[in-house]
Design a protein around this ligand. Structure first.
Ligand code: SF4
Ligand code: FES
Length: 253
């Protein structure tokens, strides 16, 4: 086996084709701008690059003031949700080859949350709703000494989908109800409530269902499916919301 380290593709390598791609990014600096403004950047990229790579290139080689969040760069931390060509996606999971590069690629911050700078929004209202639904296990009993809280495979499967949430806010910030009513809990908070409401080991389902029966709770959902389409984890968000609505009416089981 060779110990050679594979080199990253280089624009100087004639065997690998690179492209000049135009990005039109909605910039906003609260210290200088009264309103956001669109700025064009031409970036040399490979088809295997992602939108996050393009943003890095712009920041590192063209304009260091471009601001955006990212951490893991691999679809796990949920910090780089943004609107790319009008659709909420994770920049680190959006490949250039999947976009139409014959036209500029539009990039802007997610909607419905206060804009702080460039592609960064204030996530606090989003996390406040998340915290409000008690996204943690509440168990009134103590397991037998030295034992775990057991659960059948079938019981675990009931909420498997909603365990996958990475709190990126792509769903909540694509919801037209959330755009017009920032008080609505939003899909992500309901998804995370679902994860515990349907957990057979949890004893606080009734409290969470009561919280979500509020006028800003599940009944604000208009089943537009924007949330399910936006979710980078493939969670059936609208289905989870429908299951919580049913549980509000009939109890969790
Ligand atoms: S449900 Fe999907 S889109 Fe919504 S916050 Fe969780 S991972 Fe993101
Ligand atoms: S940077 Fe972590 S999900 Fe994209």
């Amino acid at each position: 086996m060779s110990n050679a380290v594979a080199e990253a593709p280089s624009a100087a390598d004639p065997a690998i084709q690179s492209f000049l791609v135009t990005f039109t990014i909605r910039r906003f600096d609260p210290e200088k701008d009264a309103e956001p403004r669109w700025v064009d950047y031409d970036v040399e990229l490979f088809s295997t690059d992602r939108v996050l790579d393009a943003l890095h290139k712009i920041k590192w080689e063209v304009d260091g003031s471009l601001s955006f969040r990212r951490s893991c760069a691999h679809g796990i931390c949920g910090s780089d949700a943004m609107r790319i060509n009008g659709r909420n996606r994770l920049a680190c999971k959006t490949l250039i080859k999947d976009l139409d590069i014959s036209k500029p690629i539009y990039v802007e911050a997610i909607k419905g949350l206060p804009l702080e700078k460039d592609l960064i929004v204030d996530m606090e209202p989003f996390f406040a709703s998340f915290r409000e639904v008690q996204p943690f296990l509440v168990a009134n009993s103590t397991p037998e000494k030295g034992k775990e809280r057991v659960q059948t495979i079938a019981d675990r499967a009931i909420f498997d989908d909603t365990t996958k949430c990475i709190l990126c806010a792509a769903c909540t910030s694509s919801c037209p109800v959330f755009w017009t009513d920032g008080q609505y809990f939003g899909p992500a908070a309901i998804v995370n409530a679902h994860r515990f409401i349907f957990d057979s080991r949890d004893d606080n389902a009734d409290v969470r269902l009561d919280i979500l029966n509020d006028k800003e709770g599940v009944w604000r959902c208009r089943t537009t499916f924007n949330c399910s389409e936006a979710c980078p984890r493939g969670i059936e968000v609208t289905k989870a919301i429908a299951e919580v609505k049913q549980a509000v009416l009939r109890g969790r089981r």
